[in-house]
Ligand binder design. Structure first.
Ligand SMILES: Cc1ncc(COP(=O)(O)O)c(C=O)c1O
Length: 373
């Protein structure tokens, strides 16, 4: 009988889903990984107009429409003064597919992929799916990734190291100095740095920097998406930007696995990127106010929490039994160990939830914390 491939047997369905399944129907959900805002109207209109004018009935170019890739290229110039040729971009089905392309194109069987622990669940799974060897590394006390930890973890077998800032699940933002170091490490060790920047615009303190700004070689590839910035998770539109030789390799995977990203989503993304950015600013301001509310609430409950500087997550240290106690009282949070072994003793709270619900959840969290201490 045909057995299942090892690469899928090593992957399990995300621990996050288990928590959702255990929750009651009227629970307050602080487990969500997507903004609770509508997609901006001009982005929706971009898709509607393209559909109605018949522009979305056929495959687009494998890399995506030229006009979308020009919009992505203009975005990098506008945000970081980075020159990215529209030919060096592939539009993908969300940031998820972009991560998959990078690993498929660069990781040989058994080669190591270094990534943050706790970190986004896909890094481990996609490494296994690429037949690579996951090498999770712990974070600093403030939950940022120390470039020195990455440098020490590099061996002759390392193919890729992943940097994710702002980060899921921690909300941590890497400093410009760290990003310069990641670029140096990629250059000096001749190892690929995969920079996952899907939360790049959701930053409250300072500004986001990409290691690509500082690299002297083509050893940094950038993954981003419309998903979080424009509240477009359902549209499935992301991209990867890299040197031409890397894009040509990743295109081989994308061409046969996907053909092209969904055409209506490409038009929506183009409208999102080229249209007014006020909806993003308003969303980020709201997230910042909620971040303050959540951090204050957690500290008042007696929990220690590094102040998250971006994304929409907080990751407090929690006593044993805390997650179950909180869940039993009707608030969904995700146990930190769903994001890696070093996440144990932490929990991830998403504040992509309305303020009233957040206030109620924080009261429940306060009671639950007293109950387990
Ligand atoms: C760090 C990180 N990278 C990538 C993704 C994938 O995003 P997308 O919905 O664009 O596939 C997510 C989604 O939660 C994420 O948190």
């Amino acid at each position: 009988m045909t057995e299942f491939a090892n690469r899928v047997e090593q992957v399990s369905i995300s621990g996050i889903r288990e928590v959702f399944e255990a929750a009651s129907e009227d629970a307050i959900n602080l487990g969500l990984g997507q903004p609770d805002f509508p997609t901006p109207a001009h982005a929706r209109r971009g898709a509607i107009e393209a559909i109605e004018s018949g522009h979305t009935d056929a495959y687009t170019s494998n890399k995506g429409t030229r006009s979308l890739r020009e919009a992505i290229s203009a975005k990098y110039d506008r945000d970081y003064s980075l020159e990215i040729d529209p030919e060096d971009v592939i539009a993908t089905s969300g940031g998820s597919e972009a991560l998959h392309l990078v690993l498929q194109a660069h990781v040989d069987p058994g080669e190591e992929v270094i990534f943050p622990d706790p970190g986004f669940v896909s890094y481990d799974a996609l490494t296994n799916i690429a037949d690579g060897t996951p090498k999770p590394v712990p974070l600093r006390e403030d939950l940022t990734l120390d470039p020195a930890t990455v440098e020490e973890a590099i061996t002759d077998d390392t193919a890729v190291f992943v940097v994710n800032s702002p980060a899921n699940p921690t909300g941590a933002v890497q400093s410009e100095e760290d990003m310069r170091e990641f670029a140096r490490i990629a250059d000096e060790h001749d190892v690929l740095c995969l920079s996952d920047e899907v939360y790049e615009h959701i930053v409250f303190e300072g500004t986001h920097h990409s290691p690509m700004e500082f690299a002297e070689t083509d050893n940094v590839v950038v993954v981003s998406a419309c998903s979080k910035t424009y509240s477009m998770t359902g549209w499935r539109l992301g991209w990867v930007a890299a040197s031409n030789r890397r894009i040509e390799r990743m295109l081989r995977v994308h061409q046969y696995g996907q053909a092209c990203a969904s055409a209506p989503a490409q038009y929506a993304a183009q409208a999102a990127l080229t249209g007014p950015q006020e909806p993003v600013e308003e969303m980020v301001e709201t997230f910042e106010r909620r971040r303050d509310l959540v951090v204050d609430g957690l500290e008042d409950a007696g929990l220690e929490v590094p102040t998250p500087e971006g994304a929409f997550y907080a990751m407090p240290k929690v006593p044993e039994g805390w997650c179950d106690e909180v869940l039993d009282r009707g608030v969904v949070v995700v146990p930190g160990d769903a994001f890696g072994e070093h996440g144990e003793g932490y929990a991830r709270l998403s504040y992509a939830t309305g303020t009233e619900d957040l206030k109620e959840a924080l009261e429940i969290i306060d009671e639950a914390t007293q109950a387990v201490q």
